[in-house]
Write a protein that binds this ligand. Sequence first.
Ligand SMILES: Nc1ncnc2c1ncn2[C@@H]1O[C@H](COP(=O)(O)OP(=O)(O)O)[C@@H](O)[C@H]1O
Ligand SMILES: [Mg+2]
Length: 321
Amino acid sequence: MRFFKKGEEKKPQPKPESAAKAHPELKVISGAQVSGRKPQPPPQQQPPPQQQPPQQNIALPNVRYKIAVASGKGGVGKSTVATNLAISLANAGATVGLMDADAYGPSIPTMMGVQERPQTSPERQLVPLVRHDIKLMSIGFMVPEEQAMIWRGPMLHSAIRQFLSDVAWGELDYLIIDLPPGTGDVALSLTQAMPLTGAVIVTTPQDVALADVRRGVAMFERLGVPILGIIENMSYFLCPHCDEKTEIFRADGGKNMSERFSVALLGQIPLDAEVCTAGDLGVPIVAAHPDSPQSAAFGTVATELEAVLKESGEEEELTIL
Ligand SMILES: Nc1ncnc2c1ncn2[C@@H]1O[C@H](COP(=O)(O)OP(=O)(O)O)[C@@H](O)[C@H]1O
Ligand SMILES: [Mg+2]
């Protein structure tokens, strides 16, 4: 796996760690260059503190809202929500980018139905691929799907930074960032690289998942990232024949959790075979069946998110006045 560095001459590179279909603009940036964790020099060579790389120095001024989609554990539907939310926001008229920050198991290429190598711009930035009106970037575009991702912390940190700063995102209303599950390195790297507008937390309604939500909320609080709301996925099964709602898991767990943490419940998404199939086929349900009740549920999440952002923006203005 190699990573790119802007402005670097194209010249023969040392053999990458993996012979994966590495992008020509990707190059290894050593951990020391990005993380400040220098290989231990003798004490007298310790750099003065001002030489440490600045934190949160990526601003992306042309991106209005930077929103992480997180969950305490895997398989709750985070990537499904991230893709359908992105398309719902675009359907409402917004310009949207989707960054797949799940470096361990990127699923955005499959779910959005695109598996190409991104081009490089004359400014030597990676040009996001566009599908369903969404600008996309994923580590999955650079390496074969079946390849195991083994990351050293500093490499992961540099990859996240480069996906923010060395990708030609252009002007966006939203950059949705699909995180890997849990409270790990990627969330930390992300929040160290760039101030986020906030995070949305995806959960299923049952108790085990909700314990993970607690951990997720606690992590973002410690990192100083506002929680914009909770999305309860797989909330109920909607019978396609009689429209009866069946609560497969415990009812309203996400709702109760949102009340406990005093954050918005942005929506409740039904458990539905079509949602799964659409993701597998690379056309998320909001694009495949825009008039379905499932798509309406994602539409509600987009509308509620916009409302929360608007409200928090107004509060900020009030505070400033
Ligand atoms: N509401 C839903 N109804 C049916 N299947 C779903 C739903 N949400 C997610 N899935 C399926 O569950 C699996 C895990 O979802 P995914 O979005 O990859 O989760 P995560 O990103 O949290 O690991 C996928 O196969 C996906 O299609
Ligand atoms: Mg995922």
